[in-house]
Design a binder for this molecule. Structure first.
Ligand code: UDP
Ligand code: MG
Length: 148
């Protein structure tokens, strides 16, 4: 099954949104395959966001990500990368639809609560970076009730 990397950013952890976010992915029918609360250092955050290193907001983005603990997760399921991005909502919360995580819980682009991989290829890279030991290998016994 396809996997994606999801991270509750420091503002999401501080605001007590971890449970709500997990709940939305669980209820949809995706499977949690890895999770850890961790603080990352500058070098690690820069590596995670390496593709954005030329952007004017890069430094403030890195400061934001290292400002407190984050919850790193692997989620699995059919089309989980694309659907995960839909659950999260548009990058800028002023454009995220109500019903999405950012649309419901965020106001500013630099405090947008959650990260999700934007492609299967990047999901693989991000999972390898954040979970060098890989995912937990388990399968829900309810799977036939969600997947045909
Ligand atoms: N970001 C920002 N200002 C911008 C664009 C992005 O602070 O103008 C931050 C924002 O927190 C975003 C992150 O940088 O989530 C990564 O940007 P990306 O374009 O990859 O958006 P995402 O994939 O998170 O929706
Ligand atoms: Mg991105």
């Amino acid at each position: 099954m396809e996997q994606t990397f999801i991270m509750v950013k420091p503002d999401g952890v501080q605001r007590g949104l971890v449970g709500e976010i997990i709940s939305r992915f669980e209820k949809k029918g995706f499977y949690l395959k890895g999770m850890k609360l961790m603080e990352v250092d500058r070098k690690f955050a820069e590596k995670h966001y390496a593709d954005l290193s030329a952007k004017p907001f890069f430094n403030s983005l890195v400061e934001y990500i290292i400002s407190g603990p984050v919850v790193a997760m692997i989620w699995a399921g059919k089309n989980v990368v694309t659907t995960g991005r839909k659950i999260i909502g548009a990058t800028n919360p002023s454009e995220s639809a109500p019903g999405t995580i950012r649309g419901d819980f965020a106001v500013e682009v630099g405090r947008n609560v959650i990260h999700g991989s934007d492609s299967v290829e990047n999901a693989k890279k991000e999972i390898a970076l954040w979970f060098p030991d890989g995912a937990v290998n388990w399968e829900s016994s309810l799977r036939p009730w969600i997947y045909e």
